[in-house]
Design a protein around this ligand. Structure first.
Ligand SMILES: *Cc1c(COP(=O)(O)O)cnc(C)c1O
Length: 362
């Protein structure tokens, strides 16, 4: 069975070594030495000033919304994983969708201003598939209207834009280290900010508001993560270069076979000056019928691509349907993510491409 992704597991012995340390210290959670080591390692690897390891990527979004004290309307993208929208609703704000750019599939910055009202407090955009948003345009709009900016960077681990980490744009960026992501800690997430003040708020908010044992800075919840999760991250860390290099090679294999087949598919476009991480391999078909046929034929041979991201988030059942978003709805109906993970073979890729090539002939 070939799934859209497969979690990377480090050599078992490497994890056991970390377990021995955990057993001898008996320090299982609450900012232990492994959590600190992972935070320091990721901060320098990602090239960011302030980074916290927390319990998951969805809570990272909720924490960012809370720490920035956002309320009213938050302008956001309809083309992302559901957590981007659900976090806004969960934190009692109202998502206002702006359609996406048909090439990059990120929020269309040229349409944001028209959606701003007196109630708008922020822009929450996703670097979907690891493709950088139009960060300069979004920054200029945010400054003009005094809005906060959060980037859901769950897909954007190790992505660089104009020579620096994409995580350095916006007020806060959030990461997910879920097992399906390219760097993972089984469950886990992160928040990144350049502001020392915001860092302070985020740091006490993720730890019940504690200021030492007997005092409190303010309101907080439990956003901590454990030594066991940090240990997984630390075991995978030495392999990250290999993981990125292999994903690039596999993506280029797909590209070159599709080119020789002259297949009627399109691919999202990266902005210039992007150092990409090959987090996903999405293909866009001409219509939904082709997508469904391709999916069914692949499933019949035990290959399971995924409809990332379907449906367009403006159609979620708990939202009022207010906006018309033709680009997002059209893309969501036609985009399919093909299998891409460390250890996938070029033979399987060839099989997948040939099946797709055959289906698209008719
Ligand atoms: C995976 C993902 C999340 C949620 O992360 P979890 O760690 O699973 O909570 C949020 N946003 C996007 C775009 C994601 O893909």
């Amino acid at each position: 069975m070939i799934n859209v992704t497969k979690a990377f597991l480090p050599p078992f012995e490497d994890y056991v070594k970390y377990l021995e340390g955990i057993w001898s210290r008996c320090h299982l959670t609450n900012h232990g030495p492994l959590v600190n080591e992972l935070e320091e390692g990721l901060k320098s690897y990602l090239g960011v000033n302030h980074f916290f390891f927390i319990n998951n990527g969805t809570f990272a979004l909720q924490l960012a919304i809370k720490a920035l004290e956002l309320e009213g309307e938050i302008i956001t993208t309809p083309f992302s994983y559901v957590a981007t929208t659900s976090s806004i609703v969960w934190e009692n704000a109202q998502p206002v969708f702006v359609d996406i750019n048909p090439q990059s599939l990120t929020i269309d910055a040229d349409r944001i201003e028209a959606a701003i009202t007196k109630r708008t407090s922020a822009i929450l955009a996703t670097h979907v598939y690891g493709i950088p948003c139009e960060v300069e345009k979004i920054q200029a709009i945010a400054e003009k209207y005094n809005l906060k900016v959060i980037y859901d960077a769950a897909h954007a681990f190790a992505v660089k834009y104009k020579g620096q980490s994409i995580l350095n744009y916006g007020d806060v960026s959030t990461l997910s280290f879920h097992a399906t992501k390219l760097f993972h800690t089984v469950e886990g997430g992160g928040v990144v900010t350049n502001s020392a003040e915001l860092m302070h708020r985020l740091s006490y908010m993720r730890n019940f508001g504690h200021k030492g044992q007997e005092e409190f800075w303010g309101l907080g919840v439990n956003g901590k993560n454990s030594e066991f999760h940090a240990a997984m991250g630390l075991c995978i860390f030495p392999h990250i270069g290999d993981i990125l290099a292999q994903r690039k090679e596999l993506s280029e294999t797909y590209d070159s076979i599709f080119r020789t087949l002259d297949a009627r598919i399109t691919r999202p476009a990266l902005p210039p000056d992007t150092e990409y991480n090959y987090a996903y391999y999405p293909v866009i078909f001409e219509n939904e019928k082709q997508l469904l046929t391709v999916r069914d034929v692949l499933n019949a041979t035990y290959i399971y691509p995924r409809r990332y991201f379907y449906p367009s988030l403006d159609t979620l059942p708990y939202l009022k349907k207010e906006t018309v978003l033709p680009v997002s709805n059209s893309i969501a109906a036609r985009v399919l993510c093909l299998p891409l993970y460390h250890g996938l073979t070029k033979d399987v890729i060839r099989r997948i491409c040939n099946i797709i090539g055959e289906v698209l002939k008719y």
